[in-house]
Design a protein around this ligand. Sequence first.
Ligand code: ADP
Ligand code: MG
Ligand code: MG
Length: 916
Amino acid sequence: MPTREISNRKSGPKQFIYTFSGGRAEGDASMKNLLGGKGANLAEMANIGLPVPPGFTLSTEVCTWYYEHGQTYPDGLFEEEIPRALATIEEALGRKFGDPGNPLLISVRSGARASMPGMMDTILNLGLNEQTVAGLARKSGNPRFAWDCYRRFVQMYGDVVLGLKPADKKQKDPFEEILEARKHALGIKVDTEFSTEDLQEIVGHYKAAILDKTGRSFPDDPHEQLRGAIGAVFESWNNERAIIYRRLNHIPGYWGTACNVQAMVFGNMGEDCGTGVAFTRDAATGKNIFYGEFLMNAQGEDVVAGTRTPLDISQLKEENPEIYRQLDDIRATLEKHYRDMMDIEFTIENNILFMLQCRVGKRTGPAALKIAVDMFKEGLIDEKEAILRIEPEQLNQLLRPVFDVREKQAAVQSGRLLATGLNAGPGAATGKICFNATDAAERNRRGEPVILVRIETSPEDIKGMAVSEGILTERGGMTSHAALVARQMGKVCVVGCGALSIDYQNAEMRIDGSDVVLHEGDDLSLDGTTGEVIAGSLPTRNSEIIEVLVDGTRKPEDAPSWEVYNQLMLWADRYRRLQIRANADQPDQAAVALTFGAEGIGLCRTEHMFFGGERIQAMREMILADDLEERNTAISKLLPYQREDFYGLFKTMGSHPVTIRLLDPPLHEFLPHSDEEIMRLAIGMGKPYEHVKERIAALHEFNPMLGLRGCRLGILHPEITIMQVQAIMEAACQLRQEGLEVVPEIMVPLVSTLKELEITAEIIHKTARSVIAEQWIGVKYLVGTMIEVPRAAITSAEIATAADFFSYGTNDLTQMTLGMSRDDSGQFLPTYQQHDIFPRNPFESIDIDGVGRLITLSASEGRSVKPDLKLGICGEHGGDPASVEFCHKTGLNYVSCSPYRVPVARLAAARAALLG
Ligand code: ADP
Ligand code: MG
Ligand code: MG
């Protein structure tokens, strides 16, 4: 029976409630915005005939209404609509909410558009009071079970709705205290050992504690309970951990959460009951195996909370083959239906299976790749979808270091292997032990790598998890909170390491069966791929893919992850339209860039070439020369070095384009600072110490980043430009003679006016022409400019007249547009981020509304004069997926990023093309 539309004064008739029951639902999986992920998928599962307990969803619009109207509800919601929807459940099950004869119990569950595991609240077993609990006992013939439910309900309701759960983790939950005390007094270990009378007594203590702490008695009226629970679910959208989680995951606050009300099914009624969670494939490796955990005679959170250690799903096959078979069928049905790896929650009540949740499963980077490629092979998805399934950052996880096998072996042999837990998040992490989120954040602020060690994690810990290299827990399985969140964050993670005994009070941990004690601040290493926990720090080595591509120490056929990587990259290249170049100065860096698929060099910073051995000496002589003759002598020493550098770089890159930036940084960066060094330089130059010291002092600048640098250097000292261009062209001519076609792209930095570029370009052309004339060989070259000063961006139509290409230097462009030094921004950007001043750190991801607009303007101005003006970006942003997407949309020709980010940029460019 569908719910009637109800009216409200503000926005007219609107459906606020959507029911699902026995094979049909008013919603479906496409309605996540309205029903939240949980509600939409419960509806979808009901629609495809899976066994879902009946229920209904209050839409996210109710939440929005609630907050927009001073925490109140639309007219008639509690008087008419909810009772009507409840009646559909009552009808389906033949039980009545609040009826002592045959009571209906319900769960009240939060669920936003995007999954926010464990961040918001859920209340189970709602509808119990002294009368209904007696009814439930009679009806089920199992008083112990009925009182177990009541005990859980009063605790959850007290914690969540009445607010007794302490916000500070260091304080104990009053209910846990009562429970622990009873266990201690009775000498029992797990909840299942409590008798009915024990549970009755505990409920009594709970209620007394509630009266004592809140001054009010526990509500007995089921409808009042329901109203309280719905309010608490909506309130939980704005609890601290949900807000932090949203910030970390870029989820906007205005979305709100839906609220699902659903008939309870009971996994805690006896040994033919149970509850579990599972992934349809292995979320850590991507292997096509059923991966899950369950507990018999348990309810809800028992599995994920890590209070009892759950059993592997394969054991269910032995204990209850029929239920296992049903579950395995559902696994296949869901994968076919959703065409993705799913994360499911189920409950078994007296040998009957119920589905309580499904959602697309979070997975590690390696798993994401493997699942996408496998599902393509299985015919579930096409290659476009495979590309869209992988977040570019997940790809990055496959390129991250692992422990050096030998070093690790040595550590293990020398007894440093402390324990082995579950390998929840792959990779290698080394850092200092911290036992809570606050300490972790503090150490991280001091620049120390952190390993967060917890008995189990809860949503309050995410702040600490976000700043840690790795996470280690004593309890919990592969589906525990720690494992889930770590996988999503791409963190190294080992969970369920039962051999640890963690003592928060004394900030130390012991290893069972040994006398090792580790303290806060000690070094610890985690291998998230194997689950090993190793004392001390450990050096890392390259991943399989890097060993194949860069080091050449592994054959592709011995590297399973290489195969999926390679397949994905082939697909990405088929769809992307942006070219991907790399920033590289040396032939070996260029070679690495090529193996990652770079199609050119977008930025060669020539200043890096002036540091080694004798070069720095010649460079310093040039800078400090007293007259032109001296300067030319020094420059002539630099010329052969430069020529050799460019020769090597061009040769490595073959026919791929190479953009060379003329000397850019302030000169003082090359000069010696200590007296001893200055003395040595003076002797080398055959000049008095005092004189050299004075010359250095004279070059001092108050604001060097805005001083004598960029094209200003070449305008003051054309000899520098001449030497660099001569070296570039001579190297190109030599390679041309050897039969290689190279097209150097000579780039002028820090231009702000057309005149600057014209003066520099004239020097470049004159020099290039004379080299060509001298060498008797034709070499093509381009002259372009960086656009990194706002004035240049604004006057791009003029500047384009003297340029063959523009390259947006987004680091400087961001600094100058925002008037914000990148190197000093660490002081205030974290606070800025708390205030949401920029959606992302503008030095990591292009500030699209500001810097982005300048780029868009410049690109269209430039192309209005020269339609085929070549456009690209160089700078850290070139490897940031959101910035790559922006460049694609703006119609740039290429992005250039660091060599190791090239695969990420290729994937990001393909995704932008497919989504755009
Ligand atoms: P979360 O979003 O934190 O996963 P859920 O709303 O899924 O919270 O609730 C947590 C657990 O409570 C579920 O995994 C399930 O085991 C249990 N649960 C929720 N609703 C019901 C129900 N109607 N019957 C039985 N168990 C339930
Ligand atoms: Mg859940
Ligand atoms: Mg710059």
